[in-house]
Design a protein around this ligand. Structure first.
Ligand SMILES: [Zn+2]
Length: 321
């Protein structure tokens, strides 16, 4: 009897730990206090690891680790996806990599030109590791890198130490095949999505896509002033979903499947555009467009920060469509 009680206690406690460590909750300040990383990288699929970022805005507490930093152990070197928001995050990720393999990091990929994808680049280039990005992301980095770095310093303070702007060292336009490893790894530009030069890393044998910012869940996606939501939906339907991925490591949120990221990315974009189209049809103005009903999505992290802005941006774009 007593045994049974302890058994139940262990199960309940284990469940609690699991929920705590795996849930996306923007109120959790840090899940890995011993590291600059927000969470410890986990091997979600064989040889495919990801350190899942906070589903919150970047902050001093999460060191700007609010996106997924992934790596693949290929059998002949390691491929890293995203250098993180600062030198210190790239270094912390490298320390984790060294704990699980002796294989050297041979390639770093920037999933786009956002700070949390590119600012750790100089950690890797000092080790002689090439950095690959889409040509549009490289252009964006040249134009906005300085501002991106300054914004990061603004919240990261002394944690920004060592971070120097370093652009990608290799670019591609449509498709890049990783030239080493025991299984094919394709770096794909599928079309316009969330931001300039968004790319996805596709493992055709395992049917895993490390999608980059084309796919979100657990938190609300941000629509930027230059995000073309109509094109994003088209890229999704024509290119991204037809990949036929069984597993998705999204840009933000835990690894999941296509149906789940579809609900909170594609379906959200379609929903918001439908609401704004109705508002425009009724002769509605911008000032009221901010408040179209998005309560269906109010359970997502960063809803409060982003929902009204997203609606305004879609209104501004759809006015001219
Ligand atoms: Zn992102």
């Amino acid at each position: 009897m007593k045994h049974k009680f302890i058994y139940v206690l262990v199960i309940v406690f284990g469940f609690f730990i699991n929920i705590y460590s795996l849930s996306a909750n923007e109120d959790i300040a840090d899940q890995y206090p011993n590291s600059a990383l927000y969470s410890k990288p986990l091997e979600f699929f064989p040889y495919v690891f990801s350190a899942i970022g906070a589903t919150a805005p970047p902050s001093y507490e999460n060191s700007g680790h609010n996106n997924n930093l992934s790596f693949i152990i290929t059998g002949d070197g390691v491929v890293v996806i995203n250098s993180g928001a600062a030198f210190t995050l790239a270094k912390a990720l490298h320390e984790e990599i060294k704990l699980v393999t002796d294989q050297p990091v041979k390639l770093v990929i920037n999933e786009n030109a956002q700070g949390h994808a590119v600012l750790g680049n100089n950690y890797w280039t000092q080790l002689g590791v090439p950095i690959l990005a889409h040509e549009d992301a490289a252009k964006e980095f040249e134009e906005r890198g300085y501002n991106i770095l300054e914004r990061m310093k603004g919240y990261n303070h002394e944690k920004s130490q060592g971070t120097i702007l370093q652009s990608p060292t290799k670019t591609f336009s449509k498709k890049y095949l990783v030239p080493f490893g025991n299984f094919p790894i394709e770096v794909l530009y599928l079309g316009p999505a969330h931001s300039k030069g968004d790319i996805s890393v596709w493992l055709p044998e395992q049917k895993i896509v490390i999608s980059g910012d084309i796919a979100f869940h657990e938190r609300m996606l941000p629509i930027f002033s230059d995000t073309d939501t109509a094109a994003w939906i088209e890229t999704w339907n024509a290119e991204f979903e037809p990949l036929g991925a069984t597993y998705v490591i999204p840009g933000h949120g835990h690894p999941t499947n296509m149906a789940q990221v579809k609900r909170y990315t594609h379906d959200y974009l379609v929903y918001l555009r439908t609401k704004i189209a109705e508002h425009l049809y009724d002769g509605g103005e911008l000032k009221d467009a901010y408040y179209v009903d998005q309560s269906l999505y109010s359970g997502l992290d960063t809803f409060d920060e982003l929902a009204t802005n997203n609606a305004g941006r879609v209104y501004e774009a759809m006015e001219f469509e």
